[in-house]
Design a protein around this ligand. Structure first.
Ligand SMILES: Cc1cc2nc3c(=O)[nH]c(=O)nc-3n(C[C@H](O)[C@H](O)[C@H](O)COP(=O)(O)OP(=O)(O)OC[C@H]3O[C@@H](n4cnc5c(N)ncnc54)[C@H](O)[C@@H]3O)c2cc1C
Length: 420
């Protein structure tokens, strides 16, 4: 989204723009697949609140959205119970995070903050579950200043409301791409960037497509490689710009999500505990794997999605979608008191993408460790008016790890190029 937004805006402004993409599709970490009438998101799924840039693009593209609603369930001590219908049902943990908005102390890891404030064990567990799940972060690393900023940023955009694009999130990057091409932009798909040589006057891009070298020369370049790729060093920069050095202070988080498609919704079958009188939106089961589940309610669908973020996601590294589904049938059997075999019988397929092992991403999304908040803003500073960096990790407003952060950063980088 960052690259497409920057490219589209620059092409619209009359610049000659080439866009390089290593994959055979656009959208990056927005990745939608479709099966039997179901829209399955393997990357970003939710629009968090009402970020203006994202909504104006959705409206411009004429895409239909809907807001998530439905009851929230909690599975605890072997009991499944409904909790008040709120979009963020791990509400008990929020007071801990709310305190961070006005926190003026040093930027320390969240774990230290919990220790210093003697947060009781139960609250501590749910706060860690929330921070690791939502931020895909290690709570011993993520900084409290970034968490406080995130809280404030979310409130400003009604971040507790969740929306989806009914026919698939990928329609949004595809729309941006169409606008870019219509404005005269050139798109190089399946084109892997390998080296960037630059100085104060120009930039040379070395890439390869179908085994053939590709070389492009330009006055300026916007680099929207994911943080994981920048940190991996698979793209060489000569010389190494300050932004790349700063990127090493940030962290790429890890999350695993998988969507299970069923013949029918076994969880609304009469007799299945508190769900029998209807469906649910979110289900939290902190002790099991995965700890978070959701359905696309009120959209009609026979899918249920599992989510694990943070350190626990590493436990699922290397599992295929099918083995994730196998494992999850046992967890669901425990939660709904239904034999695992009958759940397996109704399972038509499990869909997942391993972002950690994806060499064009190396992780899910970024987070900011303690004392690294300035790294994001330093990454937004142009290098000699030649190189500009964008992507969700370059956000400076507390929205890291989101589609709207990526979009906003691309618009910002295009503006910087135009002013440069
Ligand atoms: C599982 C998951 C769930 C998520 N859920 C949500 C959500 O619900 N809501 C939300 O707002 N956000 C969510 N996100 C985060 C969101 O997807 C990202 O923050 C956002 O899409 C990142 O956009 P970007 O442009 O910064 O990076 P990317 O989308 O990663 O784009 C970078 C592009 O660079 C390309 N590339 C990489 N290396 C090279 C190379 N060497 N040469 C050429 N091209 C290269 C990649 O193929 C990619 O297309 C989720 C992410 C994941 C992984």
């Amino acid at each position: 989204m960052a690259g497409l937004a920057a490219a589209r805006n620059l092409a619209d402004a009359g610049r000659t723009v080439a866009l390089l993409e290593a994959r055979s599709r656009v959208g990056g970490r927005i990745f939608t697949v479709r099966d039997g009438g179901e829209v399955l998101e393997l990357g970003a799924e939710f629009i968090h609140g009402r970020p203006p840039e994202l909504w104006s693009l959705i409206e411009e593209a004429g895409l239909e959205t809907y807001e998530l609603e439905g009851r929230t369930l909690q599975f605890e001590d072997g009991q499944l119970r409904a909790t008040p219908a709120v979009a963020n049902p791990q509400d008990e943990s929020v007071p801990v995070l709310d305190g961070l908005e006005s926190y003026l102390g040093p930027d320390i890891p969240f774990s230290e903050y919990l220790d210093q404030n003697h947060v009781p064990e139960e609250l501590r567990r749910s706060a860690i579950g929330y921070v690791e799940g939502f931020n895909a972060a290690d709570h011993r690393v993520i900084g409290v200043h970034s968490l406080g900023m995130q809280q404030t940023a979310e409130e400003e955009i009604e971040g507790d409301r969740l929306f989806r694009i009914r026919d698939g999130y990928d329609l949004l990057p595809q729309y941006l791409c169409e606008r870019f091409l219509a404005a005269g932009g050139r798109l190089h798909m399946n084109c892997l960037l390998e080296r960037v040589e630059w100085n104060a006057r120009r930039v040379e891009i070395f890439a390869s497509a179908a085994g053939q070298p590709v070389k492009l020369t330009a006055r300026q370049a916007v680099i929207t490689l994911p943080l994981g790729v920048l940190q991996q060093g698979s793209v060489e920069f000569v010389p190494v710009p300050a932004a790349v050095l700063e990127s090493r202070r940030l962290r790429m988080g890890n999350a695993r999500r998988f969507t299970m498609l069923f013949r029918e919704k076994f969880w609304v079958t009469p007799g299945n505990g508190p769900v029998e009188d209807g469906d649910f939106s979110f289900l939290f089961s902190l002790e099991s794997m995965p700890p978070v589940w959701w359905t696309p309610l009120p959209h009609i669908s026979n899918t249920i999605t599992g989510w694990i973020g943070g350190r626990r996601a590493a436990q699922l590294a290397k599992l295929t979608a099918a083995s994730l589904g196998e494992m999850a049938c046992d967890s669901l059997a425990g939660i709904f008191s239904v034999p695992a075999e009958s759940i397996r019988d109704g399972l038509l397929g499990t869909y997942s993408h391993d972002w950690q092992r994806d060499g064009l991403s190396f992780g899910s999304y970024s987070y900011v460790p303690a004392r690294a908040l300035d790294a994001c803003s330093k990454m937004t500073l142009p290098s000699e008016n030649t190189l500009y960096f964008a992507g969700e990790h370059t956000d400076t407003s507390g929205h890291w790890g989101t589609v709207h952060a990526a979009l906003r950063s691309g618009i910002r980088a295009a503006q910087q190029v135009l002013e440069g």
